[in-house]
Design a protein around this ligand. Structure first.
Ligand code: PLP
Length: 421
């Protein structure tokens, strides 16, 4: 029954029932974890054959001896594979180290120290700001917070960031130098930026050295039959007259091995030259043996898509299970809403305003770890205290079922508490 149309007495009775259910939950001595947006062991097993590659076969198709130094841009064949997956083309795509987050971090630091190709002076010469679609990825916000870059929330809508809000902010503030954005199956909402929103973002008036950090971490991580075709974002940027506005990132972290994959970075030629110049001070080249084994294992973009279908077979039922429990336990009470993503790694759950932290606390006391309240927001501050990020991939199905049922009890109980307050 809808909690909002209950009488005080009905609400009190409901709260008392939920309290009993919660005490039973606590007595079960659970130790469950829904915080980790990482692949389960069965997903990692899919890439196990890669561990015996490249073996003695250490020469790349173009004749590079991958055991040796060099090749800072990465193996050309892997650049081609990434160039197709991200619709960025071989020449504008680099294959790098093990983590795209590090590339993002380094680019922010290089820009602070030196400015980018369109900067009149280093970003650190004056206070600067980033636009942050929310809810978003906590580690993006962690980078900008660490370096004292002011973060401004903009709403993340089902079709992408609120362009009007971005336009209004950018129009009279040249100190806004960047924007974080996960364009496909966004973390944590699962929303995907449409062609129209992308074009409008690219056309906005902004500082010449304004950059969109287009983190396409989930480009091929679909839960349905076909992933959306990636937007040819670099071509769209050039068409919009801002060829250097976009930095594209991706990696095989959630394709092969999380943390032991290969990162991709794509951008205009000017931006790539700038990046390579700076990174060349730090490295003589990426781990080409790891790149080669990825190439041997995945082969090409079709190989990646076939591999992702095997991931989908494992994780789609877990997402469905979470959605079924949310629907079953929270549907009638009308105290929560949640996203129904077609890809990515998360479900974003919004509970009654002012109850996310309480729900997370109740769950914690019952032995169910949820991502800390506010994690998906800059400065870890959820202005409405309502968002909870659910990560269904890592637990087993049984753990997930028990944990989600417990979370639902906690969300309902906290809702009764504020409604009775
Ligand atoms: N970008 C997003 C949006 C993510 O959700 C994650 C991991 O959760 C990463 C980047 C990390 O990628 P990598 O392992 O390539 O650093």
């Amino acid at each position: 029954m809808n909690f909002h149309s209950m009488s005080v007495e009905e609400l009190r009775n409901t709260r008392n029932d939920l309290q009993k259910r919660y005490e039973t939950l606590c007595a079960a001595g659970l130790k469950l974890d829904l915080t980790r947006g990482k692949p389960g062991a069965d997903q990692l097993d899919l890439s196990a054959p890669m561990l015996s590659l490249p073996g003695e076969n250490y020469t790349s198709p173009n004749g590079t001896d991958c055991r040796n130094y060099g090749g800072v841009s990465g193996l050309p064949e892997l650049r081609e594979l990434f160039g197709e997956l991200f619709a960025t083309g071989t020449d504008r795509t680099l294959a790098l180290g093990n983590a795209s987050l590090q590339v993002m971090h380094d680019i922010v630091v290089f820009s602070l120290l030196h400015g980018n190709v369109d900067s009149a002076r280093p970003w650190s010469a004056e206070p600067i700001k980033f636009l942050c679609p929310v809810p978003g990825y906590d580690r993006h916000f962690g980078i900008t917070e660490l370096y004292g870059i002011e973060m401004i929330n903009v709403p993340m809508n089902p079709n992408g960031p609120d362009v009007e809000a971005c336009a209004a902010l950018l129009a009279d503030d040249p100190s806004i130098k960047g924007m974080w954005l996960v364009p496909t199956y966004s973390n944590p909402t699962g929303y995907t930026v449409t062609d129209d929103v992308a074009r409008r973002l690219l056309a906005l008036d902004a500082a010449p050295d304004f950059r969109i950090f287009w983190d396409n971490a989930y480009a091929v991580h679909t839960l349905v039959e076909n992933a959306p075709a990636p937007l040819p974002i670099l071509d769209l940027a050039a068409e919009a007259g801002h060829p250097d506005r976009v930095y594209v990132f991706g990696s095989t972290s959630k394709i092969t091995f999380a943390g032991a994959g290969v990162a991709a970075f794509a951008s205009s030629k000017a931006n790539l030259d700038w990046y390579v110049e700076h990174i060349s001070a730090a490295t003589i080249g990426p781990d080409k043996l790891n790149q080669l084994r990825h190439l041997q294992f995945l082969v090409d973009a079709d190989g990646v898509r076939a591999h992702m279908a095997r991931h989908r077979d494992i994780i789609a039922p877990k997402f469905q299970l979470v959605l079924d429990i949310l629907d079953d336990r929270l549907g009638d009470a009308k105290i929560a809403s949640w996203t129904t993503p077609e890809g990515g790694y998360f479900i974003s759950l919004d509970v009654v305003d002012g109850t996310a932290a309480r729900t997370i606390e109740l769950a914690k006391n019952a032995g169910i770890a949820l991502t800390a309240a506010g994690s998906a927001f800059p400065y870890k501050t959820d202005p409405h205290d309502r968002n909870i990020r659910i990560a269904p991939t890592f637990p087993t199905t049984d753990e997930l079922r028990t944990a989600m049922d417990g979370v639902a009890t906690c969300a309902l109980l906290s809702a009764t508490e504020v409604l009775l307050d």
